[in-house]
Design a protein around this ligand. Structure first.
Ligand SMILES: Cc1cc2nc3c(=O)[nH]c(=O)nc-3n(C[C@H](O)[C@H](O)[C@H](O)COP(=O)(O)OP(=O)(O)OC[C@H]3O[C@@H](n4cnc5c(N)ncnc54)[C@H](O)[C@@H]3O)c2cc1C
Length: 391
């Protein structure tokens, strides 16, 4: 293959793209990371909850630069307000807690600062970062490399690379450029809305409220945000309700068993976005191209969490590419399927299993039974003995 401008061009500098870029450049690859935004992570469309082991899996220290609040466990509620609590300060008090020699179980991060932190770490590892640069398309070339078309500060530009990494999020175009099936069924897309509020007490736990009454097809949440603030939000599936997420959030705040707790809350910010509660893409590669993060539907289909899977998946992608390019292996004709196999072995098989559990619950036509199953599944999912606790 003749020389190319870069070994990798990564489209999207969210958590998945920046992490892929950092590990690839640290191992010596020439990497360009682009993002169409001029300010990463803005507007915020994320509650920011990530486990400590999720950060550790991608070699990210829990830096105060991006942390809003430490988390010590979970409280899962059914529709009537009965709850199951897994508070690791009590369950494993010698390991988890606020004191010296102990650690939090996880964190609520500020996505604006988290994304910028990850991008900066990538840049310090040798990655070229271009903001305000949009990926428009790519073309595999007969010599085994490919050409990528970009729009940088509104100026068209073409570069050559060996591999394009699509880390361009939920509305990914990179997979479409290669003709992959990236369509999300409306029955599997949760519309999410959250308020950042003042005046709501929290206890260092991620609180999750299940039940069709409050969040049809999804769940509601109350997360601590630090400095006395909290996030109150929910996600709903449009085909399970004829009301918008805003209507359900108002109802949750004013009519649920938390109404007294929320009575004095003041809304400081409104955030929203879509979350795929879907299966991973069946094909996450094409000639000279792989997908990672939300773009590949690397999102936990039970919780909707995609931060851990984005950064852990970024490391898997980078490790694969470093080995594959280092060995001079082909990049076309299905050769990059090896990436998908590596990802399935490391994390994807468990995500497929979670997807099976989720569809089993929501195919149930009896709403009461579905509510009971979701509450039981969430309660066991977050327990210390959960087989999924590293996802
Ligand atoms: C309301 C809400 C709450 C959430 N809360 C949580 C939570 O608490 N915990 C959790 O784990 N997950 C949460 N998620 C999910 C999480 O936000 C995503 O899974 C995560 O952001 C995925 O990271 P990513 O890097 O794959 O994609 P993204 O963060 O979406 O990054 C993609 C990047 O690609 C860029 N881009 C797109 N197209 C192009 C292009 N053509 N050219 C150049 N750049 C491009 C975008 O500008 C963006 O910066 C939440 C989501 C929502 C909507």
């Amino acid at each position: 293959m003749p020389p190319t401008d870069y070994d990798l061009i990564i489209v999207g500098a969210g958590p998945a793209g920046s992490t892929t870029a950092r590990f690839a450049a640290s191992a010596g690859l020439r990497v360009l990371l682009i993002d169409k935004r001029q300010e990463l992570g803005a507007p915020i469309q994320c509650s920011g909850a990530i486990s400590g082991h999720g950060l550790a899996a991608a070699g990210i220290p829990p830096d105060p630069e991006f942390i809003h609040e430490a988390i010590y466990g979970f409280a899962i509620y059914n529709d009537r307000g009965d709850r199951t609590v897994h508070d690791y300060r009590q369950l494993k008090g010698d390991e988890y807690g606020p004191g010296p020699g102990k650690k939090p179980l996880g964190y609520v991060v500020d996505r604006r600062r988290f994304d910028r932190y990850l991008m900066t770490q990538a840049e310090r590892a040798g990655v070229d970062v271009w903001l305000k640069t949009e990926g428009l398309g790519y073309r595999p070339r007969p010599d085994g490399s490919c050409t990528v078309s970009l729009l940088r500060y509104n100026q068209p530009i073409e570069l050559t690379t060996r591999v394009v990494v699509g880390a361009d999020g939920l509305q990914s175009q990179v997979g479409k450029w290669a003709g992959l099936q990236t369509h999300i069924k409306i029955t599997e897309l949760a519309g999410c809305l959250q308020f950042i509020v003042d005046g709501v007490e929290t206890e260092g736990l991620l609180e999750i409220v299940t039940g069709h009454e409050w969040a049809p097809g999804g769940y509601a949440w109350v997360f601590p945000k630090g400095h006395g603030y909290a996030e109150i939000g929910l996600g709903v599936i449009a085909t399970m309700t004829d009301k918008p997420a805003r209507w359900h959030l108002d109802k949750f705040i004013t009519q649920s068993f938390f109404r007294d707790r929320f009575a004095g809350s003041r809304i400081l910010e409104v955030q929203g976005g879509g979350v795929p509660l879907a299966a991973p893409l069946r094909t996450q590669f094409a000639d000279n191209m792989i997908l990672v993060g939300d773009a590949a539907r690397h999102v936990n289909p039970i919780t909707g969490g995609g931060l851990h899977t984005a950064v852990a998946g970024g490391k898997i992608a980078a490790d694969f590419l470093v080995g594959h390019l280092g060995d001079g292996l082909p990049l076309q004709g299905g050769a990059l399927e090896a990436y998908q196999r590596a990802w399935l072995g490391a994390m994807g098989d468990k995500m497929w299993k979670l997807y099976g559990i989720k569809t089993g619950i929501f195919h149930n036509m009896d709403i009461g039974e579905r509510d009971r199953q979701l509450y039981a599944t969430m309660s066991s999912y977050f327990s210390p003995t959960s087989e999924f606790k590293k996802i």
